[in-house]
Write a protein that binds this ligand. Structure first.
Ligand code: NAD
Ligand code: UDP
Length: 310
């Protein structure tokens, strides 16, 4: 089985490459290294079944693959808001190019979609049936609408060509290999705590997220790809354990120790107030549910960042 992983040098993509190689796949890792890193895949460089392709997903590609996992896209608000037009292009042109490649090579294709398709949700927890509440013109729109357009493209290709498509809506995921300057909340809090810097809570910390450990997520992505070709429903993947951002800060401080104080900063525009996946469909269709408790996953992630920072 030959798998193409776009965004394979990123945080999630590199863990997915590891899992697929461990299961005996050949893996082509495609990345333009805009937010990814050589470090994430260096350990794979001597693996005869691993190949790195420096390529931008917005440029059409000819390749052979049985499975395409399409992850290439900046994912942290800090990064996608720095390059919003490139982000929309990565979502939309990237989806078109990978869907065309899937048609040409007869591959199954999986889209790494996101809980952001639900925007600032008015339904809680979020089920796949919810159509979302997204600002089409705000600072998060390049990502949210880009990912929504990618989903639309997947379903149009399906209707036109009967392509075996898979869409996973990934909720906040964390773990080793997040970049220290990624800007997302888990890496920020851990790096700040390890450096004894102030922990920056945006808003009053009462808003929520539900955090999934990366090992659980990539298991679900592989499980989704293995579902029958006629199973095309989008599936939420995440850990339903919901915490406030203040609770997350206290958890991280409890694990790291140190002298950091909490500092409250303004909440960014359009920041969703609450987020929790309903994973009923993932449980029934994939037989999957997350195994790693937040405290344990944070412990592993802190260990990783200690190695980088100390
Ligand atoms: P990441 O930034 O670590 O990884 C993204 C990877 O894509 C990087 O290696 C980057 O260099 C690469 N990339 C970006 N634009 C590209 C382009 N035009 N061509 C080729 N490569 C490109 O982020 P991540 O957290 O690993 O996210 C991976 C995927 O999962 C993204 O599609 C993201 O939207 C999705 N996702 C992640 C989360 C999360 O919590 N981490 C949540 C929902 C969805
Ligand atoms: N956040 C925070 N401090 C930080 C980084 C983020 O309080 O240093 C907040 C952010 O405003 C959001 C939540 O944490 O409410 C999750 O942010 P992240 O960027 O990780 O993911 P997303 O907003 O895309 O869910």
């Amino acid at each position: 089985m030959k798998a193409l992983v776009t965004g394979g040098a990123g945080f999630i993509g590199s863990h997915l490459c590891d899992l697929l190689l461990a299961r005996g796949h050949e893996v082509i890792c495609l990345d333009n290294f805009s937010t990814g890193s050589d470090e994430n895949i260096r350990h794979l460089s001597n693996n005869a079944r691993f190949r790195l392709l420096r390529h931008d997903v917005t440029v059409p590609l000819q390749a052979e693959a049985d499975e395409i996992f399409n992850l290439a896209c900046p994912a942290s608000p800090v990064h996608y808001q720095r390059i919003p037009i490139e982000t929309t292009k990565a979502c939309v042109y990237g989806a078109i190019n990978m869907l065309d490649l899937a048609c040409a090579s007869g591959a199954k294709i999986l889209q790494a979609s996101t809980s952001e398709v639900y925007g600032d949700p008015q339904v809680h927890p979020q089920t796949e049936a919810y159509w979302g509440h997204v600002n089409p013109i705000g600072p998060r729109s390049c990502y949210d609408e880009g990912k929504r357009c990618a989903e639309a493209l997947f379903f149009d290709y399906r209707r036109r060509s009967q392509l075996p498509i898979k869409v996973v809506r990934i909720f906040n995921t964390y773990g080793p290999r997040m970049h220290p300057s990624d800007g997302r909340v888990v890496s920020n809090f851990i790096v700040q705590a390890l450096r004894n810097d102030p922990i920056t809570i945006y808003g009053d910390g009462s808003h929520t997220r539900s955090f999934c450990y990366v090992d659980d997520l990539v298991e679900a992505m592989a499980g989704m790809m293995a579902t029958p070709d006629d199973f095309i429903a989008p599936v939420n993947i995440g850990n339903p354990m919901e915490v406030t951002i203040l609770e997350l800060a206290e958890l991280v401080l409890g694990i790291v120790g140190g002298k950091s104080k909490i500092e409250f900063k303004p909440l960014p525009e359009d920041d969703p107030q609450q987020r929790q996946p309903d994973i009923g469909l993932a449980r029934s269709a994939l037989g999957w549910s997350p195994r790693v408790a937040l405290e344990d996953g944070l412990g592993e992630t802190v260990r990783y960042f200690r190695g980088l920072i100390n």
